[in-house]
Design a binder for this molecule. Structure first.
Ligand code: SF4
Length: 478
């Protein structure tokens, strides 16, 4: 008889390093997960800032506890390291600092890999289901013997949940990360599992995140979830918040490829926090899987016109692309300037293939978002034609992927906004990123640009130039 995958749900009410270390050690013992060789810890630090993004990342106390347990349990260690690539093009070293990681890393004398600074190497894919034949990954990922995956338990506005499988989006640098980060995002997450599988997973669910991924609303979950198979762990986590695992599309796709179970009957759930008790506790756990036209329906100055989309598997919406970036960017604006939606100028956001008049209000400006967007009509008496420039997956060459460099994007978007004298603008790309949205919204809605906010500008730019220098240096060495 095939042995069932084991998943542990353990109680943990606070970020007490000693307690976390004890729980992780117990988990490693029960799951017989003994780290060895090149051991790489992959947390979720998509974004970190004590004031603006306090709940977006795996907490440093959690990482501290896991390193403590790893050191006690590991055998034949060659190296212990912590590696990650943050989101929205912000340098990872900036977010690590904001998250309080350098102190933990120094305390334990382990290595750091900022995946935006290390060399990326190609990895070949061979299955028909794979989106492409090659993808690029940081060398430390490909070289590691024992990957410890440390996601933050969060809802996600594009993929419903971000857990063990989704945390792999952070193993690629921006240049490659944004390739297929559109309606194929769920397929891409499934592909990423083929590169490497974690040998131990510990999810930081002590304070979980609801609704958004960058600016989640905290939820006092009080749990650590552990396992050795991503599908099994994500299946149990979905049940923990009363979600049918089949509604987490990347989990369904990954399970279909034989990477693990999606049925609870195939998993042994252990630990001191019964699943049923957790399900009662999370009855009101909140998600945000709303289309942007209804999501911003009550916003006084932002409205959305959503058309149709090019791919057959998702013609009515593009989960994973531009619409989600709009939501996240507006949440970032709200975090910095709580009254922004009242203060901003009127903006219409148009995405997808849209037909018919836009019926714009006086002074309402228009952002046409993304390469797949098309529209033809009159604005201020002028004939306007926005043409679809969407490329299918096979037309996008991952070897020629654009850099998505933070400074380049800020400069080009700022100049585009500055020289645009019209009431409308076309923000190009597939996807258009959260960072692009921040820039275009700022120029079209006449609101402050967060990229130039004094609370961010010095730290982010210092980290950016250090990142550029180290990336250059690392590429020379190898
Ligand atoms: S341009 Fe944006 S909305 Fe259109 S397919 Fe690409 S990511 Fe999706």
């Amino acid at each position: 008889m095939v042995e069932k995958h084991k998943v542990l749900i353990m109680r943990c009410e606070s970020y007490d390093v000693e307690k976390i270390a004890g729980i992780i050690k117990e988990g490693m013992e029960k799951l017989n997960a003994i780290p060895s060789g090149n051991i790489l810890l992959k947390p979720n630090v998509v974004m970190a800032h004590k004031e603006f993004f306090p709940h977006a990342f795996t907490r440093p106390e959690f990482v501290d506890g896991v390193i403590t347990a790893t050191k006690e349990m590991a055998k034949d260690v060659k190296e212990i390291s912590v590696g990650e690539r943050s989101g929205i093009t912000i340098p990872t070293r900036y977010n690590f600092k904001q998250a309080g990681y350098p102190e933990v890393i120094k305390k334990h004398g382990v290595k750091t890999y900022y995946f935006d600074e290390v060399k990326h190497v190609p990895f070949k894919f061979e299955k028909d289901v794979n989106l492409r034949k090659n993808m690029f990954f940081p060398k430390p990922i490909v070289d590691c013997d024992f990957l410890i995956n440390l996601p933050k338990f969060k809802a996600h506005p594009w993929t419903r949940l971000t857990l063990s499988l989704k945390n792999f989006i952070g193993i690629q640098d921006d240049k490659h990360r944004l390739v297929d980060h559109n309606s194929f995002l769920e397929h891409k997450i499934a592909d990423l599992q083929e590169v490497i599988q974690p040998k131990f997973i510990a999810i930081d669910g002590i304070i979980a995140g609801q609704k958004m991924m960058l600016t989640p609303t905290p939820f006092d979950m009080g749990a650590i979830v552990m396992g050795t198979n991503s599908c099994a762990v994500d299946t149990v986590c979905a049940h923990m918040v009363n979600v049918d695992p089949n509604d987490v599309i990347h989990l369904k796709l990954t399970a279909e490829r034989g990477f693990g179970p999606i049925n609870l009957e195939e998993i042994t759930v252990l630990g001191d926090f019964p699943l049923e008790e957790m399900q009662k506790k999370t009855r009101d756990f909140q998600f945000c899987m709303e289309h942007i036209d209804s999501y911003f329906d009550t916003s006084p100055n932002l409205s959305c016109t959503v058309g149709t989309f090019p791919e057959k598997h998702s013609p009515d919406y593009c989960w994973g692309g531009c619409p989600g970036s709009l939501q996240e960017s507006m949440h970032i604006f709200r975090a910095f300037y709580p009254e922004i939606e009242k203060e901003m100028g009127k903006v219409r956001y148009v995405v997808g293939k849209v037909e018919g008049p836009l019926n714009l209000e006086k002074n309402e400006r228009v952002i046409f978002a993304g390469d797949c967007t098309s529209w033809e009509g009159k604005i201020d008496g002028e004939h306007v034609k926005i043409e679809n420039a969407y490329k299918t997956t096979s037309e996008v060459d991952e070897k020629k992927a654009k850099s998505n460099d933070l400074q380049k994007k800020i400069i080009s978007a700022t100049l585009h906004g500055l020289f645009n004298k019209k009431r409308y603008i076309h923000m190009k790309g597939c996807p258009t990123s959260v960072a692009q949205h921040v820039n275009y919204l700022s120029s079209m809605a006449k609101i402050p640009n967060i990229n130039f906010d004094s609370r961010l500008v010095f730290g982010v730019n210092t980290s950016y130039y250090r990142m550029r220098f180290n990336r250059f240096f690392n590429h020379l060495l190898r």
